[in-house]
Design a protein around this ligand. Structure first.
Ligand code: SAM
Length: 217
């Protein structure tokens, strides 16, 4: 249970005010945060920190991302109804739950079985039926379900995996932190008919994307 002296709704509203001040202006993103109980995605011992604007450990050396970064990435994707989204790095499942508020179907891949299974169980319990889970190397994407309208990578890559740009629909967007292991740039790729446009959206720090087209373990 969430400690009774700290109402999650109140803690969440305080967090949303901070996110708004930091530049999260898309009401739909802020509303999505109201609907997803972040405290359920962290260990009970961290409940009282669940609505701080910080990344938190989720085991196996991995983290649930900082709320501001989740909100920023969601806002940058400019999600529309009925889109098909691919997420690489399920982790706690929090970002997948936020994406699931907007889209027809979210496909999410996690390389650690324990984390992927835990998230699957939690998201089922919370009533999400439009999220499809896979345990495996997300750097290879999920070709059986491609093309995707949006692809979001929530681990830091050395370079953008070609497999992911290939699985992006025309008109689609791919958001990925790319750089070295200490710092990455948030890169946004917009696929046009015959070209791909790139913009950079600021520095971030993510755990590494490990896999065939990512970092070595
Ligand atoms: N989106 C997550 C959330 O909301 O909690 C945050 C994810 S955490 C920052 C990054 C996750 O990416 C970790 O759980 C890590 O195990 C996973 N990961 C790293 N490389 C991966 C790969 N090649 N395929 C799938 N998952 C990967």
């Amino acid at each position: 249970m969430y400690p009774s002296y700290l109402k999650p709704e109140i803690a969440c509203e305080k967090l949303l005010k901070k996110l708004h001040v930091k530049g999260i202006s898309d009401r739909r993103v802020l509303d999505a945060f109201r609907k997803v109980p972040r405290h359920r995605f962290v260990d009970k011992a961290l409940f009282d920190q669940a609505y701080d604007d910080n990344a938190l450990p989720i085991g196996l050396g991995q983290t649930i991302s900082q709320p501001y970064v989740v909100a920023l990435m969601t806002q940058l994707l400019e999600l529309k109804e009925n889109e098909k989204i691919l997420e690489i790095g399920t982790g706690s499942g929090f970002q997948a739950a936020i994406l699931a508020q907007f889209s027809m179907r979210v496909y999410t891949i996690e390389r650690h079985r324990e984390l992927g299974e835990r998230s699957r169980r939690l998201l089922r319990e919370l009533g999400y039926h439009n999220i499809v889970f896979k345990i495996g190397d997300g750097t290879q994407g999920w070709p059986q379900h491609a093309p995707f309208d949006k692809i979001i990578v929530t681990a830091g890559a050395p370079v953008v995996p070609r497999e992911l740009t290939q699985q992006l629909a025309v008109g689609g967007k791919l958001l990925i932190p790319a750089g070295n292991r200490q710092v990455q740039e948030l890169e946004l790729y917009h696929r046009r008919e015959n070209s791909i446009e790139k913009s950079t959206e600021g520095s971030v720090l993510f755990v590494p994307l490990i896999g065939q087209s990512g970092w070595e373990e």
